[in-house]
Design a protein around this ligand. Structure first.
Ligand code: SGN
Ligand code: CA
Length: 534
């Protein structure tokens, strides 16, 4: 009987889905830059409330083990667009050139009759292909009065970057959208990328707050290997007074007892010649904007002047952590407000009924865990990304899923949702079975990771590894040859490398074999490692 119904209705379904664009969902892909899952209340509400981003999870699915294949900005974006690992798409680090003769998923959407657009930060070195309309920030872009690159040339827009990217997105949806076609929109925030510059209102509001320190803020890395000990991303030693904590050069000049700032450039320690310098985004502000920011800058600088000289190292770490969190989280609060504006628009127009909304970040980020900021490592805070998706009538609201999904899977997922065939050489898997609750159809146990950008800023050594729900096996190479194993269940903070612990001997053996199988499966190899050396 079931078969009969299928035979009768299948041709009807096929002709409906091919002839009517109403059957094909719109896709709104929202991605922020460096947004840690620890800073989204759907994951953890100890630092900040993000009621709007949380709406996506409440109305859809929240992934707790979603990750990247290479925790760095432009490479993550290249993986998302091509559906291929870095060693095959060639964008191994932020400096590598992206070969834009490669197929990216927006091109396939465009060819299949979707209207496509992109607003915000791409950070690619190339203009996007396959998008009908775009305005993107050049490189990292600016928080204040940012410049954008578009089809009709460059333009500078006055205001705060997160609000502007949202205005551009809403304006496109409202006045440029072709109502006869489905759309695929990439709405890409610059925030909360360093240097964390909030809007004047959020700057003032968050400066008054105090945030919970992570358990591992004072990690001495004794349970880890060389890579963790030599990375240059410690809040106390590598954050900069002016650039990060927003201390004015004049303040430093007035204080004769401030230790000179130490700068690390590719492993070389360079002591700054003097307290010269500037706060990059602030120098772009107009007089009005400066006047507003100065109210909070005065408070920060007075506090620093009065209290910093009396602090010991522990107190200095705590002070810098608070300053960091105040600004980082303030920029996220703006992202959340603006995501709310877009979700409201979709609801008001009824568009939400047939729109898949995705929220994610190009990688995770350290919010003081292990004393760090930045990303790059395969360790959880930078490896895992927030990922939540809503798709009315397909995803059951309030679903949580802990499968090992990756940004590598996005392209094939979106293509399948839009009924577009994915090229054979894409390396991910559509996660639609998980979205539909068919978990039994998903049989991936472990994922592969490979980070390359070394020697470079923050000095995180090259490494590759395998991660499953229980363990993480890592090989650091280039100028070391070190292995690490973490027990994700018994040591969730990843404090102790158990690679040489005899109790884990069998696990090490099994995972090493699986790691080399994965390298084979994804076509990574020693030869390719060599090719990408510099
Ligand atoms: C800049 C930041 C770094 C950051 C890289 C890469 N320094 O160099 O802290 O790791 O970008 O970030 S800053 O002084 O310019 O803020 S990425 O997200 O683009 O990969
Ligand atoms: Ca990033």
């Amino acid at each position: 009987m079931k078969k009969l119904i299928y035979i009768i209705f299948l041709p009807l379904y096929i002709s409906y889905s091919c002839s009517s664009d109403h059957a094909r969902p719109n896709i709104l892909f929202i991605m922020s830059d460096d947004h840690a899952y620890q800073a989204i209340s759907a994951y953890d509400d100890r630092l900040i409330e993000t009621p709007n981003i949380d709406r996506i999870a409440q109305e859809g699915i929240l992934f707790t083990n979603a990750s990247v294949t290479n925790s760095i900005c432009a490479p993550s974006r290249a993986v998302i667009l091509t559906g291929k690992h870095s060693h095959l798409n060639g964008k191994i680090d932020n400096n590598a050139k992206f070969d834009d003769s490669q197929t990216t998923f927006p091109q396939l959407f465009q060819k299949a009759g979707y209207q496509t657009a992109m607003f915000g930060k791409l950070h690619f070195g190339n203009n996007p292909k396959g998008v009908d309309d775009f305005l993107i920030l050049p490189g990292q872009g600016n928080y204040i009065n940012p410049k954008f690159i578009g089809k009709e040339g460059d333009t500078i827009i006055t205001g705060y970057v997160t609000d502007i990217i949202t205005d551009l997105t809403l304006n496109w949806l409202d006045s440029k959208r072709d109502k006869e076609k489905p759309f695929m929109m990439m709405y890409l925030h610059k925030a909360p990328h360093r240097p964390w510059w909030p809007s004047p209102e959020k700057f003032a509001e968050f400066y008054e707050k105090e945030f919970l320190e992570p358990e591992t803020l004072f990690d001495d890395y004794s349970g880890r290997g060389t890579a963790a000990k030599t990375a240059e991303m410690n809040i106390l030693t590598h954050m900069q007074y002016m650039h990060d904590s927003k201390i004015r050069p004049e303040t430093l000049k007035e204080m004769d007892n401030v230790q000179p700032e130490i700068k690390y450039i590719r492993g070389e320690t360079v002591v700054r010649p003097g307290p010269d310098g500037f706060m990059r985004p602030f120098s772009r502000a107009n007089e009005d904007q400066k006047a507003k920011d100065n109210i909070t800058l005065d408070k920060i600088n007075n506090d620093f002047k009065n209290n910093w000289p009396k602090m010991n190292d522990k107190e200095k770490m705590k002070w810098k952590f608070q300053r960091y969190m105040q600004d980082y989280l303030a920029t996220i609060s703006s992202v959340d407000d603006n995501v709310g504006r877009v979700l409201d628009y979709l609801e008001e127009t009824g568009l939400n009924e047939n729109t898949i909304v995705v929220y994610t970040s190009d990688q995770g980020f350290y919010l003081g865990e292990h004393g760090w900021f930045d990303k790059r490592f395969i360790y959880d805070e930078s490896f895992k990304i927030p990922l939540m998706i809503k798709w009315p009538n397909v995803i059951k609201p309030g679903t949580t899923n802990d499968e090992m999904v990756q940004n590598l899977d996005f392209a094939q997922t979106f293509l399948e949702a839009a009924m577009i065939e994915a090229p054979d050489d894409m390396q991910g898997e559509s996660i639609i079975p998980l979205l539909k609750g068919n978990v039994e159809k998903w049989n991936r146990d472990a994922v592969y990771y490979h980070y390359y950008e070394y020697p470079s800023v923050h000095m995180v050594k090259r490494h590759y590894g395998i991660v499953n729900k229980e363990y993480k096996l890592i090989h650091f190479y280039y100028d070391v040859d070190e292995w690490e194993l973490y027990d994700r269940i018994n040591d969730p903070n990843e404090m102790t490398n158990v690679y040489n612990n005899p109790d884990y001997k069998d696990i090490v053996k099994k995972l090493t074999e699986e790691l080399y199988e994965l390298r084979k499966k994804y076509k990574d190899s020693k030869e390719l490692d060599q090719k990408y050396l510099y």
